[in-house]
Write a protein that binds this ligand. Structure first.
Ligand code: ATP
Ligand code: MG
Length: 389
């Protein structure tokens, strides 16, 4: 799927790519950039961040330090980001000194959950019922109107944090206080049949490359596993692909856009949320697709041709959360690595906290069912798996 042919000058290997954020997404993208011969510099508030070993220069500064971000940009040929919650002043400071992809206005639309929902509504993209609550009273009223709900902080939530589920007739005041945000989105609790995501890469020329939809499974709001191909009916895949591409185009994304979707019991396909960066549900692309999401981001922001997104082997990933590290001790990976097709990916994080994403296992196999079975089997073999203690 391609469109547009306007010529843009490519940023060639040997150039320097700047990253706002040095977490695992930055780390894996930086590895792809390095493989292609680019230099990498980054900014992150954590002096010991995951991507640090991949970068020739790390600036340690908080996200609101626009001067530090400008300093990063001055040393780079192009800058991208692995986290969307970066203040606009910082993004604008970067854009003054180097091309920033995706652009600040697209990130602005996405970075606040309420703003994102309002934008999707204004653009007529399908999504569940929601209300925006600025006060405890508005939260209570929204829950009364919507029934079973999820209260989500408008700002800063991820991996199920900053969220509270409320049953029909539940305590809205308690939910508002538990979320503790100045502004929340109250979403109707949807009857989800299955979860999927679609990753779209878009170049400055307008060219688009879309990955096949991934099937995803979450536990308590956190991704547990993802598999590609997702094994969905062709018609559903087509709708999901069209929807995600239209959103990426409407936002003018240059880089990557992940669109998380819910397929409901009634057949509707609703947008859950957007992410303008590499996405946990496409870590399998590193092994399963001709072009990994990480290399694709590098290609997109550097003006190189977008890579082929076809699946070369069915593949799955299973997340490894900090809960598996007991008293700071990593699980024994040896039996898991004996499962055919399985690889280990660790993010180099020193401190393991419950719920923190420490790494993932990946597996490839002849079918997507088998790839998923392999990665789940390998996960079960980890000796520190909590239910094995
Ligand atoms: P992440 O950063 O991992 O994407 P998040 O903290 O942004 O997560 P969401 O994507 O909003 O959280 O929700 C996480 C999961 O919670 C969803 O994938 C889904 O399983 C469930 N969920 C979220 N919203 C709803 C809803 N309105 N109805 C039913 N389930 C929901
Ligand atoms: Mg999500």
């Amino acid at each position: 799927m391609t469109a547009g042919s306007r010529h843009h000058k490519a940023i060639l290997p040997g150039a320097t790519i700047g990253f706002l954020g040095g977490g695992q997404l930055g780390r894996m993208t930086a590895m792809a950039a390095r493989s292609m011969g680019y230099d990498v510099q980054l900014l992150d508030p954590d002096a010991d961040c995951s991507a640090k070993p991949m970068a020739s220069r790390c600036i340690t500064a908080p996200w609101n330090d626009a001067a530090a971000a400008a300093e990063l940009a001055r040393g780079c040929d192009v800058v991208t980001l692995e986290i969307e919650q970066i203040p606009m002043v910082t993004l604008e400071a970067v854009a003054e000194h180097a091309p920033l992809h995706p652009r600040a206005t697209a990130v602005f639309t996405i970075q606040d959950r309420a703003r994102q929902r309002e934008w999707l509504a204004a653009q007529d993209f399908p999504q569940g019922e929601f209300r925006i609550a600025n006060t405890e009273q508005e939260c209570v009223a929204a829950i009364a109107a919507l029934g079973a709900s999820i209260v989500k902080s408008s700002h800063g939530g991820y991996d199920g944090r900053g969220q509270m589920r409320v049953p029909r007739g539940g305590d809205g005041m308690a939910a508002w206080q538990a979320v503790g945000a100045a502004r929340s989105v109250v979403e109707q609790f949807l009857p989800i049949r299955e979860e999927l995501s679609v990753l779209v890469a878009r170049a400055e020329s307008g060219a688009i490359a879309v990955y096949p939809p991934s099937r995803n499974h979450h536990t308590d709001g956190v991704l547990t596993w993802a598999v590609v191909p997702g094994g969905f009916p062709k018609a559903l895949e087509h709708r999901a692909t069209e929807l995600a591409s239209a959103i990426a185009e409407r936002l003018g994304i240059v880089g990557l856009l992940a669109v998380e979707l819910f397929h409901l019991e009634g057949g509707e396909l609703f947008v859950n949320e957007l992410a303008p960066r590499p996405h946990n549900t496409y870590h399998h692309s590193e092994r399963s697709c001709v072009t990994s999401q990480f290399e694709q981001l590098v290609r997109a922001i550097c003006g190189l041709p977008l890579g082929d997104t076809d699946v070369i082997s069915p593949g799955a990933i299973h997340n490894l959360l900090g809960d598996l590290w007991i008293d700071g001790r990593a699980p024994n990976f040896v039996p898991a690595l004996a499962v055919p097709g399985v690889r280990l990916h660790l993010y180099g994080k020193r401190e393991a906290r419950p719920g923190r994403k420490m790494g993932h296992l990946s597996a490839v196999a002849a079918t997507h069912q088998e790839a998923l079975a392999r990665v789940c089997e390998a996960y079960e073999l980890l000796s520190n798996t909590p239910d094995r203690q």
